[in-house]
Write a new protein. Structure first.
Ligand SMILES: NC(=O)c1ccc[n+]([C@@H]2O[C@H](COP(=O)([O-])OP(=O)(O)OC[C@H]3O[C@@H](n4cnc5c(N)ncnc54)[C@H](O)[C@@H]3O)[C@@H](O)[C@H]2O)c1
Length: 336
């Protein structure tokens, strides 16, 4: 039987584990898998521009499991009261090919994206960074703040969204945490106040939400919202002058900020930094830039974690998804 983890189950699981503990377990699973990068067979995701958005399939396997995620990016959905990003995923046993887990992944995607950004900041940002800026306070934003709060020790959050209601929602959701919140009226003001910056806007255009001249020496940037062809957030001049780290170069060349630059601007893939094959930050002055688009290993890690925790807790529902005749050669018997 396949275990099914609904949104309700996921909420219950995270509540039971505790938000910070759950994020920490995600971080541990992600770092473990990034270090084991060479045993995976990475491939760029299959992305299709359909209607006014993108639908992507993100498969990967190691020596034990195969996973894939179905994920969408439809910024104009907000007009109809629907989300920009939605996702679900499957974890399967590679020895039988049988699926073991079918899980909601809209919440999981927000969490893993935030934790990966915080991992990049852990290795690339100045250790003394306490101010965090975020541009675009939509669905992903609070997750980004909390991952940097839990793992990078930020104390002050500077934020801007062109939608005032999104800023109010953001402040409400984060009011319970020990963070000083500073609403600002422009992306420029966010950049000028922050040592770590995340961009999480959602627009199908080659935007320059951040300009090079706004960025102070020593800043670390997580560019999260530019994650599809012709969907970018940064001034290309910033790519030329920063230490750029990507997840998986062949995918990032098509979907990341670096689609607007020559790939020679890329310093490393994130796994090389986490495995200490390449140095992270090497001076207080350099500007570091994580060009995040989301990679299949990140979904693999969270699906593996959720599978382990759900098995331990007996959480979720057993789904009758795969036909299971008594005699495996007698599939027809199920219809008699
Ligand atoms: N890199 C990854 O792994 C990854 C994972 C998930 C989502 N994403 C991307 O992150 C982005 C944010 O996702 P979301 O679910 O939060 O979307 P969302 O639609 O909920 O929020 C986006 C917010 O950006 C604001 N915005 C748009 N343009 C702006 C601008 N120029 N200045 C200030 N604010 C602006 C909008 O008003 C909105 O509040 C999307 O582009 C999504 O595709 C990336």
């Amino acid at each position: 039987m396949v275990r099914f983890i609904s949104v309700k189950d996921m909420r219950e699981l995270i509540k039971e584990e505790g938000l910070e503990d759950f994020f920490r377990q995600v971080l541990n699973f992600l770092e473990d898998d990034f270090v084991k990068w060479k045993i995976f067979r990475p491939k760029a995701r299959i992305a299709e521009g359909l209607g006014e958005g993108t639908i992507e399939l993100m498969p990967i396997s190691d020596l034990r499991y195969y996973t894939f995620k179905y994920v969408t990016g439809y910024p104009k959905n907000l007009r109809w009261g629907k989300q920009t990003v939605t996702a679900f995923g499957v974890l399967a046993d590679i020895f039988s090919g049988y699926p073991l887990l079918l899980s909601e992944m809209t919440l999981l995607t927000a969490i893993r994206t935030a934790v990966v950004a915080a991992i990049s900041a852990k290795y690339l940002a100045c250790r003394s960074s306490r101010s965090f800026g975020i541009i675009g306070t939509g669905a992903q934003s609070e997750f980004q703040v909390l991952a940097h709060y839990f793992f990078c020790g930020i104390t002050d959050v500077y934020y801007y969204d062109k939608d005032e209601r999104a800023m109010e929602k953001f402040a409400r959701n984060l009011s319970a945490f020990d963070l000083r919140l500073h609403p600002l009226s422009s992306a420029e003001a966010v950049c000028k106040n922050s040592e770590i910056i995340t961009t999480t806007t959602a627009v199908y255009a080659q935007q320059s939400v951040i300009k090079k001249e706004w960025i102070k020496e020593g800043t670390h940037i997580n560019a999260v919202g530019g994650d599809a062809p012709n969907k970018t957030e940064l001034d290309p001049a910033l790519l030329e002058s920063s230490k750029v780290v990507v997840e998986y170069l062949p995918q990032s060349q098509v979907e990341g900020e670096i689609q607007r630059a020559d790939s020679s601007v890329v310093y490393a893939e994130l796994w090389e930094i986490i495995s200490y094959e390449k140095a992270g930050r090497t001076s207080r002055e350099e500007v570091t830039l994580f060009d995040s688009v989301g990679f299949a290993i990140e979904d693999f890690s969270v699906l593996r974690l959720v599978h382990q925790l759900a098995e331990k807790r007996g959480l979720g529902q057993k789904l009758d998804l795969i036909a299971n005749p008594c005699d495996p050669k007698d599939l027809f018997s199920l219809l008699i």
